[in-house]
Design a protein around this ligand. Structure first.
Ligand SMILES: [Zn+2]
Length: 230
């Protein structure tokens, strides 16, 4: 009934599809489309922005139906749609690729942190506040001094720069339980419903300020962009 098209192709910008369902949330109408280009907020990643027949929408996961539903943004109310009606859908591709780059860089930092012996504790891939948090099951003396924290951060930067230089492919598959598992080839695998770049060479401007340790958490803040696309 609804296909999450953003799983298969991060870079698909527009499509012709049909209305799969209509409904209301808190009295506000929504429309769900069959070929869904729109990633809702989830897994630490912000929602896409898009358009249905030219009307700006924000996608939201409707937990009653399980569908990704599109809701009007701002003053522009959605028209009355009917199930089966053909519609044009479009996603804000620059925003999409910016989110995909930040999110994929988060996976890469997670992989680099695990290689240091740390365990993932939390993540956020929101622009301007992206960070990965770890715990260290084994005491890590480097984390007790400013110089040691800078050395630990530099070890992360080195691993990240190498993976980007190797342009490792980012792939996915459904596992035996039907979960979507994302692979940074040869480096890292995780169940994930987010959007990703095609390969790590798509990442640019990955920057990690010196990590911080707060309340037993190793906090690695970061920024990243998508390389310019020709
Ligand atoms: Zn992911």
């Amino acid at each position: 009934m609804q296909v999450p098209a953003y799983y298969a192709d991060t870079y698909e910008e527009q499509a012709r599809t049909q209305v799969a369902a209509i409904g209301e949330r808190d009295g506000v109408p929504w429309v769900a489309v069959g070929h869904c280009l729109f990633h809702p907020q989830g897994g630490g990643q912000p929602a896409d922005r898009g358009w249905v027949d030219g009307h700006e929408i924000a996608p939201v996961r409707d937990h009653d139906s399980g569908l990704v539903v599109a809701m009007a943004v701002g003053e522009d109310a959605l028209p009355v749609f009917s199930v089966g009606q053909p519609v044009e859908v479009r996603v804000d591709l620059p925003l999409r690729t910016a989110h995909a780059a930040l999110h994929t860089a988060g996976h890469l930092i997670e992989a680099a942190g695990r290689a240091q012996g740390w365990v993932l504790a939390a993540n956020s891939h929101f622009p301007g506040q992206a960070r990965i948090e770890f715990t260290a099951p084994q005491p890590d003396a480097r984390l007790d001094t400013p110089q040691g924290r800078e050395e630990a951060t530099e070890a992360l930067r080195t691993a990240i720069d190498r993976a980007i230089a190797e342009d490792l492919p980012v792939t996915w598959e459904n596992d035996d339980e039907g979960r979507r598992v994302v692979h940074l080839t040869g480096l890292h695998s995780a169940p994930c419903g987010g959007t990703h770049v095609r390969s790590l060479g798509d990442l640019a401007d990955v920057a990690l300020p010196t990590l911080k340790v707060k309340k037993g958490r190793i906090r690695v803040s970061y920024s990243a962009t998508h390389r310019e696309r020709s």
